[in-house]
Design a protein around this ligand. Structure first.
Ligand code: PLP
Ligand code: COI
Length: 366
């Protein structure tokens, strides 16, 4: 839990033109994912001389950027994804925000960006959610307010070196189900053409470039009739890594739950690490280890692997129905397995305050 208070003063300028209540009700009835943005945004600046300064919450609106702004050329950028949940009593909570803050520190180090202290990250998110609290949907239908903190090289300069002016922002977007079909098994396309990350690369950082590089592979997945792409390791093209925006879990028939180990090439998902702890509590042994793609294919065919699911902030816990590759397919794709369902329910019940938070994961904002 948080031990220090933020010392970053935040100036708030309220919007003179907030979205009217009736329009907001329409948006929150069917928010989709990433389509609508709240009335305000958080911004802070960094320079080597002044450190973090000029923290402010202002009306949401476009940025004016010089065409030479470094991020537009060299992609020196990182971001986070997290959610605010409304509980039945009206209170508003975030889930393990200090873990997102710590991951942003790790991403910043990898991208040669300045470190935003954990307490300033949490304070920025809390302040933004408080100002836009009417945008946090009622919990029915597992809706939430998706929060997107991000940091980018805002110096105008075409030389290749770490920027000397960096901007950090938080924007918020009400969210329903990430997949248009709701909780429904998804199909995965095994990319044998593209990889996501290599040894010494940026795979463990949450940086835009990783997503840019995944898009053509995701496009291939869609062309092959699948929902998402799954990547293998770049060295041997043999070990399962993760999806474009989610980690993976395998439930063996013997009850053991297996997830690919993190070794610098996959994103250390906060949902992933929470599920490791939840499985311990639910009595499922967990193994973090290398998973060979043939273990997956053969395991589903033989019944040794009983369930596969993907997890992440946006996708929560999503069953994987089918794995397809050039020349083959496994999985019947229609049902959500009992362990997947149990893990999903245990997680969302904590997030929405329906179950006791024995891990101390929830952070009250309002
Ligand atoms: N892997 C990638 C590439 C992601 O973008 C995400 C989403 O943030 C995850 C995994 C899951 O991480 P988390 O559970 O922290 O949202
Ligand atoms: C998240 O789960 O927060 C992500 O950033 C994933 C992205 C695909 C929306």
């Amino acid at each position: 839990m948080l031990s220090m208070e933020s010392s970053l003063p935040i100036r708030v300028t309220a919007s003179g033109d907030p979205v009217p209540a009736e329009r907001l009700a329409e948006i929150l009835a069917d928010p989709g994912f990433g389509r609508y943005f709240t009335d305000h945004m958080f911004t802070a600046e960094w320079t080597p001389e002044r450190g973090w300064h000029e923290a402010r919450i202002t009306p949401y609106g476009p940025l004016v950027l010089d065409p030479a702004t470094a991020v537009l050329h060299y992609a020196q950028e990182i971001f986070e994804g997290m959610k605010a949940y409304r509980h039945a009593d009206g209170s508003i909570w975030t889930f393990r925000p200090e873990e997102n803050a710590a991951r942003m520190v790790r991403s910043a180090r990898r991208l040669a960006l300045p470190v935003l202290p954990v307490e300033d990250f949490v304070a920025s998110v809390d302040a933004t959610v408080r100002v836009d609290q009417r945008w946090v949907p009622e919990p029915a239908g597992e809706k939430s307010l998706y929060l997107r903190p991000f940091m980018f090289a805002s110096e105008s300069f075409l030389g290749v070196r770490p920027a000397q002016h960096v901007t950090y922002m938080v924007i918020c977007s009400p969210a329903g189900a990430y997949f248009a079909r709701g909780v429904h098994p998804v199909s995965l396309w095994l990319s044998e053409t593209y990889t996501r990350a290599g040894r010494g690369g940026m795979g463990a950082a949450k940086t835009g470039g990783n997503y840019a590089s995944s898009l053509v592979a995701q496009q291939e997945a869609i062309e092959e009739g699948c929902d998402q792409v799954v990547f293998l390791d770049s060295a041997e093209g043999r070990y399962v890594e993760e999806l474009g925006g989610m980690n993976l879990y395998f439930v063996q028939a013997d009850g053991t739950v297996v997830t690919p180990k993190t070794s610098g090439t996959i994103l250390e998902g906060i949902t992933r690490s929470s599920i490791i702890e939840l499985c311990g509590k639910l009595g499922h042994p967990v193994e973090e280890r290398a998973v060979d793609i043939d273990e997956w294919r053969d395991g589903v065919s033989s019944g040794r692997i009983a369930e596969v699911f993907a997890c992440g902030t946006a996708a929560v816990v999503t069953p994987v129905g089918t794995l397809r590759w050039r020349g083959g397919e496994v999985g019947d794709g229609t049902t959500t397995g009992p362990v997947t369902q149990q893990v999903r329910t245990a997680l969302v019940d904590i997030q929405y305050g329906r179950a006791e938070d024995t891990f101390g994961w929830m952070h009250r904002v309002v």
